[in-house]
Design a protein. Structure first.
Length: 240
């Protein structure tokens, strides 16, 4: 019976994506499904509501962090921090090392912002456009962008995924991050070597700096705009 309810929840998620509905509707439907399952298991409605409240209390810090991350990324966009990072970092990319640098740049941006989707939508989109103009493999480029985005997100002190794991397992966030970084050292080195080898095998193509001109025209790309990102790193080190 458990598989039926889990399958129903998965079907709701897939249907919401396929039909273009907001994922919150699928989550609400999933909650009702699991609430019904709890009733079938003999739990009273009051007990199920109490369990729900306990679950919300457990992840309340994560919900608050979602709000803070949304405010932070919006401020970084408006103040030019993200534009500064994209403009100066993307200017370092050449076809021979593009997969490696795309991976590292997306990992760094995701580490700073704590959001893989936000990284893919900003510097990830720029890197993909650059890859297309240089005639590089879109599959390889997309792989480097997405893997870097998710890698940086999971290692970030601002990551809601890492905080969720910390809250549910009742463990220390920074201890978990240290353990993850230690176990990720060898896979990270191998990944960088593979992307470097793939880039050196495809040296053709040129990159037009004109792709980055809208950032220079729309923002004042002064070094002071990078201070918000530096403050995040500094405060993370102090808290740790």
């Amino acid at each position: 019976m458990e598989w039926m309810f889990l399958g129903g929840f998965c079907a709701l998620l897939f249907a919401s994506v396929a039909l273009g509905f907001h994922v919150l509707w699928a989550l609400l439907g999933g909650y009702l499904l699991f609430f019904a399952y709890g009733l079938l298991r003999g739990h009273t409605p009051a007990a199920l509501l109490h369990m729900s409240a306990q679950g919300i209390h457990t992840v309340k810090n994560i919900l608050f962090l979602f709000l803070l991350i949304g405010m932070t990324t919006a401020l970084w966009r408006g103040s030019g921090t993200i534009a500064f990072l994209i403009y100066h970092a993307a200017g370092l990319i050449s076809p021979a090392v593009f997969p490696l640098l795309a991976f590292l740049l997306c990992a760094g941006m995701s580490f700073l912002t704590g959001t893989s989707f936000g990284t893919a939508a900003t510097i990830g989109a720029i890197c993909m456009t650059m890859a297309n103009t240089m005639g590089l493999s879109p599959v390889l480029s997309a792989g480097a962008i997405l893997s870097g985005s998710f890698f940086g997100d999971r290692c970030s002190p601002m990551s809601t995924s890492a905080l969720l794991v910390s809250a549910l397992t009742e463990t220390d966030l920074y201890h978990n991050l240290k353990r993850m970084m230690a176990t990720a050292a060898v896979p990270l080195a191998l990944t960088c070597a593979i992307y470097l080898g793939a880039g050196l095998a495809h040296r053709e193509g040129t990159f037009s700096q004109s792709l980055l001109e809208p950032f220079a025209q729309g923002f004042t790309l002064h070094w002071v705009t990078v201070l918000p990102a530096a403050v995040i790193i500094l405060l993370s080190c102090i808290i740790e």
